[in-house]
Design a protein around this ligand. Structure first.
Ligand code: ADP
Ligand code: F6P
Length: 321
């Protein structure tokens, strides 16, 4: 193997740049040629490919986003789109591909192997933490820290006014950003897609808390449940007097300088991914399990079922007394 390419795909995540840097420099160290692909699978289809050197990745370790840019590319889902991507890879004599992305991007890694026998490896990069085979994805830690910093500010004003705050965070269908934000932020209530809720029970808890002398509550809400505005309307439908302010954190939680945890993951994921390619192993993904870097067959990884941490969820309720 002489030439590898790297791309970022799907939603960007803090730590992607640190990972691009580590993949590039570790590969160069091992005498491989490295090519960057702009805008994910779209860039493969459009032949947006350029050779990278050690200086191409200078001064990016601390930056959020991705210098390679990213895209969602519906054309790549079709066999015709994938064939165009393969043509570009062949044109540049690229032997293997590193894909940093989430669930959808990993489907692309699977297809490249299944449909064309092309050597690709996946690095989990998404704030959502919704890949079940790995304890953590790149970007999740930074994103939760950003949410916590926002909660700190919201707390100041909500406490001063004796108000209830609903803070909506991202995560698609996964509640992990909400779960860890609620635990770290000392929230009274967390609503996530994995656990059903009852609006009357929540309204009652808010009233009970007020009677206990708790005049300001924080509800962390995962976007996969409903919007902050809709939850406010539902709660005021049950208890019209509750003074509630909804906040949707939005894309602020997807940007920013990566945390130490994400920079470390970036380096460790990158090294293992390039090692796998050098060992001639394809169709694999890297991850972290019980603090150890792992790799797994992509089919096996994608088939892992949801292993929801109910203890963590219950701990949030217990500690919010
Ligand atoms: P993420 O990788 O963050 O989950 P998306 O779900 O948007 O983000 O997927 C990113 C890209 O991966 C899509 O735009 C598409 O190009 C590719 N992709 C998604 N699903 C498939 C699929 N079933 N087969 C091949 N490629 C896919
Ligand atoms: O997958 C990352 C993510 O930020 C999700 O949490 C969110 O649902 C989605 O992407 C938002 O996508 P967009 O950037 O298209 O608004």
């Amino acid at each position: 193997m002489e030439r590898i390419a790297i791309l970022t795909s799907g939603g960007d995540a803090p730590g992607m740049n640190a990972c691009i840097r580590a993949v590039t420099r570790f590969a160069l160290n091992n005498k491989l040629k490295v090519y960057g692909v702009e805008r994910g699978y779209q860039g493969l289809i459009n032949d947006q490919v350029f050779e990278m050197n050690a200086r191409s990745v200078s001064d990016i370790i601390q930056r959020g986003g991705t210098i390679l840019k990213t895209a969602r590319c519906p054309e790549f889902v079709s066999l015709e789109g994938q064939q165009k991507a393969i043509d570009t890879l062949k044109k540049h004599k690229i032997d293997a591909l590193v894909v940093i992305g989430g669930n959808g991007s990993f489907m692309g890694v699977k297809d490249l192997k299944k449909n064309f026998g092309f050597n690709a490896v996946g690095i989990p990069g998404t704030i959502d933490n919704d890949l079940q085979y790995t304890d953590f994805t790149l970007g999740f830690d930074t994103s939760v820290n950003t949410c916590l910093s926002a909660i700190n500010n919201i707390r100041d004003t909500m406490t001063s006014h004796d108000r209830i705050s609903i803070i909506e965070v991202m995560g698609r269908k996964c509640g992990d950003i909400a779960l860890y934000t609620a635990l770290g932020g000392g929230a009274e209530t967390v609503l996530i897609p994995e656990v059903p809720y009852n609006i009357i029970d929540i309204a009652k808890k808010l009233q009970d808390n007020a009677e206990k002398g708790k005049n300001s509550d924080i509800i962390v809400l995962a976007e996969g449940v409903c919007s902050a505005q809709d939850l406010k309307i539902m709660l005021n439908g049950v208890s019209p007097k509750l003074s509630i302010r909804p906040t949707t954190l939005g894309h602020i939680q997807r940007g920013g300088s990566p945390s130490m945890a994400d920079r470390t993951l970036a380096a460790n994921f990158a090294v293992r991914a390039v090692e796998l390619l050098m060992e001639g192993k394809s169709g694999r993904v890297v991850g972290i399990k019980n603090n150890a870097i792992i790799d797994m067959d992509i089919d096996e990884a994608m088939a892992c079922s949801v292993d929801f941490n109910m203890d963590l969820y219950e701990r949030i309720n217990i500690l919010s007394m």
